[in-house]
Design a protein around this ligand. Structure first.
Ligand code: C2E
Ligand code: MG
Ligand code: MG
Length: 687
């Protein structure tokens, strides 16, 4: 509308129509504020029809009585136009925010004649702005750390809680990726799974260990979400997390209180029952024995009564530590209450092992316990029950161990007893055996017998296996099968092993000095002999006895190759480098595969007697013996069969190409003089 043309009636009408089409509400009024026109938009916005509105003062639309726009109007008149946000009321009473833009209408002379106002509802816009303000308040005030990254995982925003928890200030992390906080505790698979879930569902929640600025690693509970734009493209990721160090600590404490004895830190009865139940299920599937040792302290009560509970508590703690120290990791020890403890052993291959452990526990109490400068002595009575003989459930085993403990008390009081009489007898026998075995070495009761090894092609004796014997003063000759296991369990095997190596070399030296041909003397090693010091020891031994390495052979078993493979290979290489040959005893009873064996410098495979016994009658054993021989050939190993007793066995083994034979068919193990005589004769064997 121009100021110069006076609009005709049609033009006015047209203007009205145009105004009606404007979405916004358009209101005109005179300078006193009385409404002169009211378009459709105004009708929609306020709910009043034009007829209701025109002629009334615009004040009736104000939200509050005392809303005063006069200052605005003054300002407006001075500056000629302005936009502002105002509160207005609809016909239905609802108050809303509107943006108001006023323009001056002038008459033909250019004098102000009225006002035209454009109003639009900005409640939503204001709400959105309000929301943003609210969100940013929450963002800032939140106790939980919030971190926002862009789609490339570059950090674009973090809140104060983030700084508080991580130690990083805002500038330190802007543009960085969350990898900056990585603790290294989670592997690639963990993050792969997290991303998979996040990309599939837009959300991931879980526990992550991260690193603070000061280097400390801490657990946090974190929720990660992705934000996508309208086209589905990820624009941001946000994560919200809490430091859960304290919570975890508390959980740990609660768990500990429920399952552990507060005084000693050992499992309590309820955890013990669970652990044993579990192990019994496991043990039932395997052929292993289990055992419960019920321990009742002796002379503890007077300490508690006379010196007070404080001292008593310290004694119990010390005992718990000592018990734990003399058990293996897989063994369970628990305090049932008072001065009663119980130990559970699983994975034991021999029932007698329980007696060894009982002995160890009692020995652990030998040293006096020193508290506040006072030396205190306690002892223990231990009752033992054995799974599966005595019982197959925890309750029964515990009850029988308890009964056995009372019996031990009667004989002791510091003693142990099995529940079963048979086990008690065995335990006594073993103890006797062990103590006399200790003395056997110093009393010179051990000796070696030599069993010839014979070459199949010509029957020539090419060596002998040295087999230890124990000439017991009362019981006569004891075979190694009876005392070697006891020696292994008690550690005596180390001394015995040294003695055997020394004795075999001494004997070889004598034969050498006597002018006998070089004869390989094979010495059996136990797992404990086979330790890092061995190559050095063997080297020194040969040097000291001025023996060529060709005089010595070492027999080891497959099981010794199974652990610490690299270390074992190094050791075997060192032994082989000395010129000493190595043979693999009892071959076929372990799990060696062809490719596995290739890695070890072995000269000879020794087919175990168990496969020889039933050939040629048993086709399985024939097949196994055949397979071992052809495998040895492929690996370019020598092969020997042990325990050959019959001509049939010899014929079959020879036909397969077995290189050497050892067994009663030719000779039992012989005393040194007899074997020497045999060498001197140059006797050959033929079936
Ligand atoms: P091994 O090394 O497999 O020894 C072979 C065993 O088979 C010897 O029993 C030998 O007397 C026996 N034997 C030989 N030929 C025949 C036969 O034709 N028929 C039968 N039925 N048996 C035969 P021994 O001397 O009782 O030794 C048993 C095991 O004790 C040995 O098995 C070896 O593992 C161990 N052992 C013997 N001496 C020592 C030693 O000095 N140190 C170590 N660590 N272990 C030894
Ligand atoms: Mg052997
Ligand atoms: Mg053998």
């Amino acid at each position: 509308m121009s100021d110069t043309d006076l609009p005709d009636i049609h033009a006015l009408h047209r203007q009205e129509q145009i105004l009606d089409h404007i979405h916004e509400s358009v209101i005109t009024m005179d300078l006193a504020g009385f409404i002169t026109s009211w378009n459709r938009g105004a009708e929609k916005l306020f709910g009043y029809s034009a007829a209701e509105a025109i002629g009334r003062n615009v004040l009736f639309l104000y939200a509050d009585e005392n809303d005063d726009d006069s200052s605005f109007e003054d300002a407006f008149l001075e500056h000629g136009g302005r936009e502002m946000e105002v509160r207005r009321r609809r016909k239905n009473g609802e108050v809303f925010w509107a943006s108001l833009q006023l323009s001056l209408l002038r008459d033909d002379d250019g004098e102000p004649a009225g006002l035209i106002g454009f109003l639009s509802d900005i409640t939503e816009r204001r709400n959105a702005a309000e929301m943003l303000r609210l969100h940013s308040r929450i963002f800032d005030a939140s106790d939980e750390a919030i971190m926002i990254t862009d789609a490339q995982e570059r950090i674009v925003s973090v809140n104060p809680a983030f700084t508080r928890i991580t130690g990083y200030s805002v500038p330190e992390v802007m543009g960085e990726t969350p990898r900056k906080f990585s603790s290294g505790r989670h592997d690639a698979a963990f993050f792969a799974a997290m991303w998979k879930k996040l990309l599939e569902t837009g959300y991931w929640q879980g526990e992550i260990w991260d690193r603070r600025k000061d280097g400390e690693i801490y657990p946090k509970w974190i929720s990660i979400g992705s934000v996508r734009d309208a086209s589905g493209e990820v624009t941001h990721y946000f994560s919200i997390f809490n430091d859960i160090t304290d919570r975890k600590r508390a959980e740990g404490r609660i768990h500990h209180l429920a399952f552990f004895d507060a005084l000693t830190g050992l499992p309590n009865r309820s955890l013990f029952n669970r652990l044993v139940d579990q192990s019994l299920i496991e043990a039932a599937r395997t052929d292993l024995y289990g055992s419960l040792l019920f321990i009742d302290l002796n002379r503890f009560k007077p300490i508690n009564d006379t010196l007070g509970h404080g001292v008593g508590d310290k004694v119990l703690q010390e005992i718990a530590n000592r018990f734990r120290a003399c058990l293996r990791g897989a063994d369970v020890v628990c305090r049932l209450g008072g001065d009663e403890f119980v130990v559970a052993l699983f994975d034991i291959t021999s029932r007698d092992h329980a007696a060894t452990v009982a002995q160890k526990l009692m020995t652990a109490l030998d040293d006096p316990i020193i508290i506040d400068g006072r030396e205190l002595k306690v002892g223990a009575a231990i009752g033992i029950s054995v799974f599966p003989e005595d019982g197959t459930d925890t309750e029964t085993l515990l009850r029988l161990a308890d009964i056995a403990m009372y019996r031990a008390k009667q004989t002791g009081p510091d003693a142990f007893a099995f529940f079963s009489e048979e086990m008690n007898r065995r335990a006594v026998d073993r103890l006797t055996l062990e103590s006399s075995l200790r003395r056997a070495i110093e009393r010179n009761e051990l000796l070696l017998h030599y069993q010839p090894k014979v070459r199949t092609v010509d029957g020539v004796v090419i060596g002998a296996e040295a087999l230890v014997r124990w000439r017991h003063p009362e019981r006569g000759m004891i075979p190694p099968g009876e005392f070697i296991p006891v020696a292994e369990e008690t550690g005596l095997i180390v001394q015995i092993g040294n003695w055997v190596l020394e004795a075999a070399c001494r004997q070889a030296r004598q034969w050498k000095d006597a002018g006998l041909p070089v004869t390989r003397i094979a010495v059996n090693l136990s797992a404990r002999d086979f330790s890092t010091g061995l190559p050095g020891r063997v080297g020194q031994l040969l040097a000291r006895h001025e023996l060529d390495a060709a005089w010595l052979e070492l027999e080891i078993t497959e099981s010794m190759l199974m652990h610490n493979t690299d270390k074992v290979i190094t050791m075997m290489d060192e032994i082989a480098a000395l010129g000493v040959s190595l043979s693999l005893d009892d071959f076929g009873t372990g799990y060696s595969s062809l490719s596995y064996l290739k890695r070890f410098p072995i000269d000879t495979l020794k087919i175990d007697r168990s496969f020889v016994i039933n050939i040629p009658g048993d086709s399985n054993d024939c097949a196994i013996a055949g397979a071992i021989i052809s495998m040895a050939k492929q690996l370019k190993h020598n092969v020997i069969a042990e325990g050959v007793e019959s001509a049939d066995q010899l014929a079959f083994l020879t036909s397969l190409g077995c290189d050497e034979i050892q067994g009663y068919l030719f000779s039992p193990p012989l005393p040194a003089e007899k074997f020497e005589a045999l060498l001197r004769e140059g006797k050959t064997f033929s079936a």
